[in-house]
Write a protein that binds this ligand. Sequence first.
Ligand SMILES: C[S@@+](CC[C@H](N)C(=O)[O-])C[C@H]1O[C@@H](n2cnc3c(N)ncnc32)[C@H](O)[C@@H]1O
Length: 192
Amino acid sequence: MASDFRLFMTQLLKRPHQVVALAPSSEGLAREMAARVDPAAGPVIELGAGTGKITQAILDRGLPPEHLHSIEMNPVFCDRLQVAFPGLNVHHMSAGDLGDLPLENAQAVISGLPLLSMPVALQRSILTGTVAKLRPGQDYVQFTYGPKPPVTPVVREELGLSWEVSRKIWWNMPPARVYRFRQAEAATRAAE
Ligand SMILES: C[S@@+](CC[C@H](N)C(=O)[O-])C[C@H]1O[C@@H](n2cnc3c(N)ncnc32)[C@H](O)[C@@H]1O
């Protein structure tokens, strides 16, 4: 079986507009993405799971694999996830159809999607689906390499999203920050 890194690179060359990253997330970034997962707080939805770096970090928090739903549109990555993580719910679909997933009350939606490179209409369906699936007050977690929040302003405003942002995670290629968005009255914008 090809290594995860090799598989990722092969798919990056074949589908550059879907993968949109130089390498899989580092362990440090994946740990930060999963840091607030509570193993006893019910289902988690993961978007754009790829070869499973963030999947692994979520499961390392102690969440039973049956409570994790990983959405991925690339069939090769889906096959790898299915083999690597027995018991995991792998959904071969676009995150844009998240609203159709028969699941409610998620404790978090954790996304490795290349959100900022997506058209606004697709971002809107992903975030609208997210809000419908999340328990009220819970987070949409998204990393980004750039200096701006990874959800475009028009979608943030439409959905009333506030956010907080992590320190910069240097040990990643390229360095990244983790944003936590939620629908809430009070915005906490804790940039460094
Ligand atoms: C930047 S890679 C991240 C992979 C992995 N989560 C990580 O952090 O290493 C983006 C992933 O999102 C997937 N993806 C892109 N667009 C998608 C969509 N609309 N729905 C579901 N998955 C998508 C790609 O196939 C790829 O696996």
